[in-house]
Write a protein that binds this ligand. Structure first.
Ligand code: NDP
Ligand SMILES: O=CC(=O)O
Length: 320
């Protein structure tokens, strides 16, 4: 009998065909809607492999129902949606999709930084709303990026790719991690500093940490109060690292200058969320790794990981 795989979102057949040859594959057939939890709990019964999105909470309830489960392959590098303790308890391998998305996510992060600093969305709206009557000396004047100081919190795979882009703008690069990365310092000329120093000194504070118990809410009122009034905060990691009420207050009172956000505590962010009322917020719908090429690579990696585990081999990218 073939082993069974369940895929929690519609993915292209060109990617799944590799699995269909060897396994029985079933799939939630809506591309733009997450699978409801009650259906997921039914579908995982008897399944050996699960290919999940970051929109699903793979918790002890799911593991408890999936008695045959051997592998959960998450289509993301972040795995804060998966209960790793429960996975360990039920002896299930968890995999993610690191590295293949580094450059694409760094491109988006830098694009968000540039767009927020140079007020690009405002400029686009200005023309579309027919407001442009003449050139004027300070029309939509923004902040320079080149030669400024960027502070990267979470100098990991993507953080380093962001730093590489910053070198092209001749920026001064500061970073904060729990551990020092001397190789990155040599390669990128980045300087390892404390969290407080980074907040105090950076013109752009970029968050690239995973969401963990330690990082949850680390950008709070105290953190924002340490930033310059001219600082721009960029978050492409996870919304949970930010206390959004505190961020709103800091932006509203101009304690910090602006924010560019790709991720939110609750996604999709509610259209009436106070952050969206602010002119100094630029918001994107969690599209950091969203280029066609990279999303296909992520899917292929997730498929490869499932295939390997179900054939008794080591996956390429296990979550350790
Ligand atoms: N917006 C989007 O679409 C995307 C978002 N992401 C998010 O980006 C995150 C980072 O991805 P990636 O670069 O691949 O991950 P990495 O694991 O390569 O890097 C994470 C970095 O964060 C640091 N870090 C971890 N915990 C802390 C902490 N408590 N304080 C300070 N630094 C910390 C780590 O260093 P150390 O261990 O030394 O502290 C490490 O350098 C993902 O987890 C995901 O949430 C990723 C891709 C796309
Ligand atoms: O948010 C995306 C990820 O890969 O993590």
């Amino acid at each position: 009998m073939k082993k069974k795989i369940y895929v929690t979102r519609q993915l292209p057949e060109s990617v799944l065909s590799k699995l269909r040859d060897q396994f029985e594959v079933d799939m939630w057939t809506k591309e733009d809607q997450p699978i409801p939890k009650d259906i997921l709990l039914e579908k995982v019964k008897g399944v050996h492999g699960l290919l999940t999105m970051l929109t699903e909470q793979i918790d002890s309830e799911v593991f408890g129902k999936a008695k045959n489960l051997e592998v959960v392959a998450n289509l993301a590098v972040g795995y804060d949606n998966i209960d790793l303790e429960a996975a360990k308890k039920y002896d299930v391998t968890v995999t993610n999709t690191p590295e293949v998305l580094n450059e694409t996510t760094a491109d988006l992060t830098f694009a968000l930084l540039l767009a927020t600093a140079r007020r690009i969305p405002e400029g686009v709206d200005y023309i579309k709303e027919n407001k442009w009557e003449t050139w004027s000396p300070l029309l939509l004047a923004g902040s320079d990026v080149h030669h400024k100081t960027i502070g990267i919190v979470g100098m990991g795979n993507i953080g380093e790719a962001v730093a590489k882009r910053a070198t092209g703008f001749e920026m001064n690069i500061l970073y904060y991690n729990r551990s020092r990365k001397e190789k990155a310092e040599d390669r990128l000329g980045a300087k390892y500093v404390s969290f407080d120093y980074l907040l105090n000194e950076s013109d752009f504070v970029v968050c690239m940490t995973p969401l963990t118990d330690e990082t949850k809410g680390m950008f709070d009122a105290e953190a924002f109060s340490k930033m310059k009034n001219s600082a721009i905060f960029i978050n492409t990691s996870r919304g949970g690292v930010v206390n959004e009420d505190d961020l709103y207050e800091s932006l509203k009172t101009k304690d910090i200058h602006a924010a560019g956000l790709d991720v939110f505590r609750d996604e999709p962010i509610h259209r009436n969320h106070p952050l969206l009322e602010l002119d100094n917020v630029m918001a994107l719908p969690h599209i950091g790794s969203s280029s066609v090429e990279t999303r296909i690579k992520m899917m292929e990696l997730a498929v490869d990981n499932i295939e390997r585990v179900l054939k008794g081999e080591k996956p390429k990218t296990p979550v350790k």
